[in-house]
Design a binder for this molecule. Structure first.
Ligand code: MN
Length: 246
């Protein structure tokens, strides 16, 4: 499983997937068949968007020694899980018409801070987990290497520029590699914003994202964000970057 290449899948559910997800979740929770009335009680007036936390594509301990097991357990099991739960709470409360995460992010300036922060957190972490894989780090090959060299001079120069963006993001946020109208670009966003959000200074299709919130590294690295970023390069799943690059 650790060596498998997982296709990139958005971590939101379509309307029909949502019904199946709700059915499965509620059946699992209650141990009983779901009465149709339960589905009809879902919030009306919304586009049916519901976030779901994708399974972690590897065991918690798989990223050792670069990212420690306890950090992974808390980060995935507590932080990410809470973003998903709170995003869905906010979606239910705010009757947002979006049917996809991309639509939601495209109109994110009009929703609550709770929805913006938690929907970003729900989506960003799914990309973060799938952007890492044990044994995948090191140098990219083929299309990705060529694209990075073409845009930034060399893969090494790309890594330096991306690391710089990660280090210069003050406080909590993310560093990104994005595809911007056919061109690769590097930047960062604060909090749980991402480059799909209309309010973001950095815009584009995210290809790779690095979480630089202290919760992502503090247990092992404390204040040494630079050591965390350096270690993270050993985990980058270049196959996922290639898949997103398309
Ligand atoms: Mn995080």
């Amino acid at each position: 499983m650790a060596d498998s290449v997982r296709p990139y899948r958005p971590n939101y559910l379509s309307h029909m997937d949502r019904k199946r997800f709700l059915t499965r979740t509620l059946q699992a929770a209650a141990g009983v068949a779901l009465a149709p009335a339960v589905l009809r009680s879902a919030p009306s007036g919304t586009g049916g968007l519901l976030f779901a936390q994708a399974p972690l594509p590897y065991p918690f301990e798989a990223l050792e020694p670069h990212i420690d097991t306890l950090t992974m357990q808390i980060h995935y099991g507590k932080h990410h899980a809470a973003y998903v739960k709170n995003a869905n709470e906010a979606l239910a409360a705010e009757a947002v018409p979006a049917t996809t995460a991309e639509q939601l992010f495209g109109t994110i300036g009009g929703v609550s801070a709770k929805l913006r922060n938690n929907a970003g957190g729900a989506w960003n972490h799914d990309l973060f987990w799938s952007g890492m894989a044990p044994g995948k780090g090191g140098e990219p090959g083929g299309t990705v290497a060529d694209a990075l060299a073409g845009a930034f001079g060399s893969v090494q120069k790309f890594k330096e520029a991306f690391t710089d963006a990660a280090m210069k993001r003050f406080g909590s946020g993310w560093a990104w590699l994005v595809l911007q109208e056919g061109k690769l670009a590097i930047g960062s966003t604060p909090n749980q914003d991402n480059p799909l959000m209309e309010v973001s200074d950095l815009k584009g299709r995210p290809l790779l994202g690095l979480d630089v919130w202290e919760h992502a590294y503090y247990l092992k690295y404390q204040n040494k964000r630079n050591e965390y970023v350096a270690a993270w390069w050993n985990l980058v799943n270049w196959d996922s970057v290639a898949a997103r690059l398309g």
